[in-house]
Structure formats: C-alpha cells, structure tokens
Design a protein around this ligand. Structure first.
Ligand SMILES: Nc1ncnc2c1ncn2[C@@H]1O[C@H](COP(=O)(O)OP(=O)(O)OP(=O)(O)O)[C@@H](O)[C@H]1O
Length: 587
C-alpha cells in the first residue's frame, strides 16, 4: 500500500526530460527530448510517464535505450555544402537540432482511489505531449514501498546513480517464493565480472533461510573467498548462514555401491596396468569378476563372506581377493584362452605390495579413510535436501594437490561430479514424491566446461554433460534450480540455454557467434541488443572499472514481462554490502 498523493507529488516534482512523441507504440516509445535535457547523458536512464487507462492513474516505467539527434535542414544538399565550406551555418547548425530517444516500457503500476499501488499492463498509448520524467530514487522507494523487504540490488541502473531494484524469489511456496524453481544464467567473457555477480546472487538467495545452495566451484574461487574470510564469508555470517566448503577429493563415493566400484576399476587403469588386461571386453569381464568375488555372488574358495565396500581398501580384503583371482575358475571368466589367463596370473604374482598400493588408492575412494574432512556424497546431498533448514555447501572442484592415499585422475574427478549430480537429482525426486519442494539452488561456475555444446571426446566428461542436461530438464518441478556461469553462450549446450528463465549478460557477447546465440536467446529486441553492444570492456578502462550487465527475465519489479534491464554492478567490496546488508552487518 502506498500513498497516491505521495506517488503523485513525487512524480510532479521529478524533472521533465521530454514528451511522448510520434510514432510510439506499446512496444516502444519515442521521446521528444526537451532542449534543456538535450545535453544530459540519458542512455540507461530510468523514466516514467503518467497516463490514464480505464479511468485509473497509471505510471509506465522504463529505460532509455538509444538517443538520436536530427537536423532536417542539414539533410538538404545545399545546406550540407555550406556546412562543408564554413563548418557551421547559423542559425541552422545546433539551434535546429532535435533530440529524441527510445524508451522501452518494462513495468506499469496503477494507483486506485484507495491509494493502492497495483501492477498493471500497458494497454494504450498516451497522447503525444504527455510529459516523460526522469525517475529519482525517492519515487522508486514510494512506488515499491510494498515490496521494500524483498528488494535486492546488484548495481545502479546503467549510466545513473540510482540502484536498480531487483527481487530474488526463493523456489519454495509461501512469502517471497516463486512456488517453483527456475534456472538462471550469468554470461560474459572472461573478466566481465560474472563470478562477482554470481556471488552477489548467492548472497541474495542466502537471505532466504530455508533455501539451500550448492556451489560447484571449478576454479576454487568461491571456496577461497570463504576460507580466507572474504566479503562473501562476511555477508553470509551476517545472515547467520554457515557455509561448508568441501574439497572434491574428500567426497566419498557411495550411491551405486559395487556397480560404481566396477566402473571406477575400469576408469582407473588398474586392470590394464596392474593386471595386464588390455581389451575393453576383457576389462569389463575382469571388473565383473572382481565385484562378484567381493560381493560373494560367485562361489569363492578363499573369500567366504561378502566384503562391505567401505572395507575393500583393507589389506585383508585385497589378499583374499587376489588369492581368489588366481584360481583358474575365476581366471577363465576373464580370458577363455590359457595365454590370457597366464598373463593375468603372472601380473598378479609379480609384486603384491605394489598391486595392493594401487588397489588401496582406488578402494579408498569408497572409504572415509579416517579423515574427518571426508564425506559420503549421499550424506552431503541429504544434508542439503533435508527438511530442517537451508544449508550452503561449496564443493571445491579445483585442481589442488590430491591426497596421496587416493587415486585422483581427471576421469575420477568427472565420475565424482557425475555421482554428485545424480544423487542430487535422485534425492530431489524422492522429496518431490513425498510432496516437498527442495527449494535449492545449484550454482555451476564455468558451466561450459561441464556441459559443452559439442559431445566431448572424454567419455566421463560426456557423462557429466548428459547428467547435467537431464538434471536441468527434470529438476525444476522438484524445486531444484540451476545457475550456470559461463564465458560463452555459444559453447554451452543448447538444451541448457533454452531452459534459462533469468539471464545476466556481461560484456563480450556482442559479436560473431556469441551475438547470434544472444539474439536467439532474447529474441528480436534489437534496441536492447544495440545498447548491450555499447558496453565497454571493463578491462580497457583507464580509471575505475565498471562492469555492465543486461538482465533479462522476471528479476525486477521494474520488469514484469522480463524486458531487458541494464545496470552496472556495484563495487563488490564496499557498495554492494552497504546497499543490501547494512542492517544485518550492524546486528
Ligand atoms: N562489481 C565488482 N566490484 C569490484 N570488482 C569487481 C566487480 N566485478 C568484477 N570485479 C573484479 O574484476 C575481476 C574479474 O571479475 P570476475 O572474476 O567476476 O570475472 P569473470 O567474468 O568471472 O572472469 P572469469 O571468467 O575469468 O572467471 C576480478 O578481479 C574482480 O574482483
């Protein structure tokens, strides 16, 4: 609820920039700029006009996307010739210049006789001459008073010093919730500031205490900021949200038990290097034989009880397995011919300790190794999805030196990521079946590496990609949304791009194949693309760097229909916490 006279008086006091000109339509307005405003920097400015629709006062708000200057006298060839000779022709040059601007209306509010502010729609075009005013901060505050608790700021409207109000709705039901999950994209070339915007968004969503957030952190950037007590850490503690940083090497494989173990045995190279088994089908048979022995699915001579997967790393388990494998009855399952069997037998008899060492490193991926930092994937995911309260977890996927007691290769890394994604999707589905929305956001930094457009050559990465795409397709209804942070639109899988509900585009996607992908994504809003293409590279700035963004989708009360909005992201260290967390910081 707001006060009509206050909205009105604030509107009356605001500075007039121009008037509605012709032609204008509900899709875009032409503004005839007043002489007094012609030398103002207007691109990006937030403006408003008041008009009557269905006998109610309406206020239409939007951003100026382009300013044009014309002097029709100078379009005449004779005049052009004169200017060429003299440089200017008084009183034609300058004095006969007219400026107009294009405004895209992104939100409309109506005020009724009881002074309520309601969201509305632009369903008519007001007459030419209708005043268009520049929006000031106080006008926005009064107009959006009802939503003030929900508002969140990533920066100022492009080219202004007015914070652009946004709202980040959680994925659950109830107050401030969207009632379902949605997927978010943050795109821009390297150095465009997208990781910073992703961290800002993380802290915005973290204000919803029930919401869980999982960050897949390939560069270790988020993890580092938490470990070193950086700004993200300060903001999250001011919100009383604890964060757990888990290194990927400390995630213990669980889920699919011995089936997964079989896959790891093949992926690890153990069968080839330690058992001399080269061909794919023999490796498959060997891995099956090994897990059947361990689970006691076949009659064993030496190993009399099944071995729990957590105990597979023990020397005792390995010795029994080795003895069993040396039996002809088992060897024949791997190679039918004597030569093959002999090859395996001699490999197993070669250096027991060295073989065990390799075995232990593989089996340790399924054990907590008495390490208090290690955590089963299943446990981690159920903590995130549990009903109690929202949890924030960052999984550091970066290439830090791996512990010596596990086998750590790129393939194993992909396999662990895949298992994490699978477990998450599976638990989300289970919760959904018992009528609970997960209300969880997964942030995937460097997403184009995990879900590239082209099928990768590496089979394990390819599986991560497939799992990713399947999850994105299915989890929205479970209340599990994804935020993809990527340097490229073009190289991210199409399926993922098509699922984006809210996207932020930083500098660097305005040319070539990236531009084509951008146009495809946001449709034919050519005015918006033109303004986006004017973004400057933050890295080329001489003084204070600015990180411009275009936001598309229902992310702001100033954009009901998802019309693009333009902003410069706030200074992350100082302005951003001040704008959003001042009171929490003081607590
Ligand atoms: N809003 C901001 N306030 C202060 N510094 C910023 C802001 N945005 C970006 N930066 C700085 O600019 C640099 C690049 O930002 P960032 O890492 O977010 O870019 P990026 O697009 O994620 O790059 P990459 O793809 O290489 O990770 C960093 O040093 C970061 O601290």
């Amino acid at each position: 609820m707001s006060n009509e006279s206050t909205v009105e008086t604030t509107f009356d006091k605001a500075e007039r920039l121009g008037v509605v000109g012709s032609p204008s339509s509900t899709n875009g307005f032409l503004i005839d700029i007043l002489g007094s405003a012609s030398n103002k920097g207007l691109v990006g400015s937030l403006c408003v006009f008041k008009y009557d629709q269905d006998s109610l006062n309406h206020y239409a708000l939007g951003q100026i996307t382009e300013v044009q200057m014309q002097n029709i006298w100078l379009q005449d060839p004779t005049m052009k010739g004169l200017v060429r000779q003299r440089g200017r022709v008084d009183p034609i040059t300058e004095r006969q210049d007219t400026h107009n601007a294009k405004m895209m209306v992104s939100a409309v509010f109506s005020t009724d006789t009881s002074h309520n502010v309601e969201q509305s729609m632009l369903r008519t075009v007001p007459p030419t001459g209708t005043p268009i005013k520049q929006i000031e901060e106080d006008f926005l505050n009064i107009m959006l008073d009802e939503f003030s608790e929900e508002l969140f700021y990533l920066g100022n409207a492009y080219g202004t010093n007015i914070p652009l109000p946004m709202w980040l709705k959680h994925f659950g039901k109830g107050p401030d919730g969207a009632g379902e999950a949605y997927h978010i994209g943050v795109f821009g070339k390297t150095g465009s500031g997208k990781s910073v915007v992703a961290k800002m968004l993380l802290s915005g969503y973290a204000r919803h205490k029930d919401m869980s957030i999982l960050v897949l952190d390939p560069q270790g950037e988020f993890s580092k900021e938490i470990r070193e007590g950086g700004i993200l850490n300060k903001i999250l503690s001011s919100l009383n949200r604890s964060v757990e940083v888990v290194s990927i090497q400390n995630l213990v494989l669980s889920g699919n038990g011995y089936n997964l173990f079989k896959e790891v045995l093949i992926a690890s190279g153990f069968l080839k290097e330690r058992m001399n088994i080269v061909a794919d089908d023999n490796q498959e048979r060997a891995a099956t034989t090994i897990v059947n022995i361990l689970q006691k699915r076949s009659s064993n001579k030496h190993l009399l009880k099944p071995i729990k997967i957590e105990k597979a790393h023990e020397r005792k388990s390995f010795d029994l397995l080795r003895l069993e494998l040396l039996e002809e009855k088992q060897l024949v399952k791997i190679y039918s011919g004597k030569d093959g069997q002999e090859k395996v037998r001699s490999a197993l008899e070669l250096d027991e300790d060295a073989i065990y060492e390799s075995w232990r490193k593989i089996a340790n991926l399924f054990s907590d190794r008495n390490n208090n930092k290690s955590k089963k994937i299943e446990t981690l995911v159920s903590e995130i999805t549990s009903n109690n309260e929202g949890k924030i977890v960052i999984v550091d996927l970066s290439e830090t030196s791996a512990p010596l007691d596990i086998l750590w290769t790129e393939n194993i890394r992909f396999l662990v990521i895949r298992e994490l994604l699978k477990e998450l999707t599976m638990q989300a589905e289970t919760e959904y079946k018992s009528n609970r929305l997960l209300n969880t956001l997964v942030i995937a930094d460097e997403a184009h590496r995990l879900a590239p457009k082209e099928k990768p050559e590496n089979d394990f990465l390819s599986e991560v990609r497939t799992t990713f795409i399947d999850s994105v397709r299915t989890t929205r209804k479970y209340g599990l949304g994804w935020m993809f942070v990527s340097q490229s639109l073009y190289s991210l899988h199409r399926e993922i791009l098509n699922q984006m509900r809210i996207s932020f585009f930083g500098f660097g996607l305005g040319w070539g194949i990236e531009l084509l992908a951008l146009k495809e994504l946001i449709g034919g809003a050519s005015e918006m693309i033109k303004l986006y293409q004017q973004f400057r590279d933050p890295q080329s700035s001489l003084h204070k760097k600015e990180y411009p963004f275009m936001a598309v989708g229902p992310v702001s009360p100033l954009s009901f229909a998802g019309t693009p909005l333009f902003f410069i992201s706030s200074d992350y260290l100082y302005e951003f916490p001040k704008l959003n967390f001042e009171s929490s910081n003081k607590e």
